[in-house]
Design a protein around this ligand. Structure first.
Ligand SMILES: Cc1ncc(COP(=O)(O)O)c(C=O)c1O
Length: 342
């Protein structure tokens, strides 16, 4: 584990480490990192370049060189007439096409959030990750699973990589590592990468003054102990996660809701003007913020990503609290409907 202070620093570390690894391996041309449109990997120069948010690229001269983006597995908005499984395979195949287009000798790594968080809690179709894993195995490129949101129990497993049976070479983490109580992040590094970097590369010339700060590490250790000893992640996997998903799915009956999705303690729904055609209200992206503000006034923190409403609630929530959350989300939708009708 290489310690940092945040998810953004972790992803900066990923870029340097992946490129340095291939240099140590005698492949200095393997420098390109493939990421995805609408991904979020942080706000530093490398983090925001890896991210696929065009509004961020417009500020500050991004992306930095040798970072390219392929499509995202957002079936509801981009799947067209394909079934989710067909779409999952199709969008995953873009990775292989991009590797072939660039030349495998130039590609260092593929980075992705197992479930996109800031992009709208986008849970990929079931076929997506098996296909991506197979492509990474067929080609000599590193797989980087950005677990900054999904890690430490959010999906009901310690890592979403466990849920999807991924074997990442590098795994940036932050947030849930300390449950947010103090700033700390890191990159978990597979042994075969560490070995090469240490044996062939000498000292990895990379570090931040406060990385691995003892106070932050003490908090992270205590947090991990509590998650483990109090069975919090087991509870999310077996009890409260399935309960939240069951109750959250009921929102699909609301006239404004086009799709409900989620896993564990992550959830989203799409606000639409027309459930049949999936059309959004005009201007698109304006109804989500309206619903968000109404929800906040009711006492519920729900984030709007355009017209996608997303939640990532505390892992210790009880079933009663989940009921309260879903009831408030329903009330926020009712009030939003009143306002769009008016
Ligand atoms: C998947 C992912 N990676 C990286 C980051 C950046 O982390 P930080 O805000 O700690 O720099 C975030 C933050 O939301 C994130 O969601």
């Amino acid at each position: 584990m290489f310690l940092t202070n945040s998810g953004s620093e972790s992803n900066d570390t990923v870029v340097r480490m992946a490129r340095h690894f291939w240099q140590c391996m005698g492949h200095p041309d393997k420098q390109v990192i493939i990421s995805r449109k609408n991904a979020y990997h942080g706000s530093t120069m490398a983090g925001a370049s890896l991210g696929g948010m065009s509004s961020m690229h417009e500020q500050g001269g991004l992306p930095i060189p040798d970072i390219v983006h392929i499509g995202q597995p957002f079936w509801y908005r981009e799947g067209g007439d394909l079934s989710p499984d067909e779409f999952g395979k199709k969008v995953a195949s873009e990775l292989e096409q991009k590797i072939e287009e660039l030349g495998e000798h130039r590609v260092a790594a593929f980075i992705a959030e197992p479930i996109q968080g800031a992009g709208g809690v986008i849970v990929p179709p079931a076929t997506y990750w098996p296909e991506i894993s197979a492509i990474c195995k067929r080609h000599q490129i590193l797989l980087v699973a950005d677990e900054v949101i999904c890690g430490f129990g959010r999906t009901g497993e310690w890592f979403a990589s466990d849920y999807y049976s991924l074997k990442p070479d590098l795994m940036p983490i932050a947030k849930g590592l300390s449950s947010g109580y103090l700033p700390i992040g890191g990159v978990m590094v597979a042994d075969h990468i560490t070995r090469v970097i240490i044996e062939e590369g000498g000292e990895f010339a990379h570090g931040m003054t406060y990385a691995g700060h003892p106070a932050a590490c003490a908090v992270a250790s205590a947090n991990i102990r509590i998650l483990r000893d109090e069975g919090i992640i087991d509870q999310v996997r077996t009890e409260t996660g399935p309960y939240l998903q069951k109750r959250w799915a009921e929102l699909a009956d609301h006239p404004l809701v086009g799709e409900v999705r989620g896993l564990g303690f992550l959830g989203a729904f799409e606000i639409v003007a027309d459930k049949e055609t999936r059309a959004q209200f005009e201007p698109s992206g304006s109804t989500g913020p309206l619903c968000r503000d109404i929800a906040a006034n009711l006492g519920l923190v729900m984030r709007a990503v355009g017209d996608s409403m997303i939640i990532s609630p505390p892992l210790i929530m009880s079933k009663d609290q989940i009921d309260e959350l879903v009831d408030l989300a329903g009330k926020a939708l009712d009030k939003t409907l009143e306002q769009v009708r008016a």
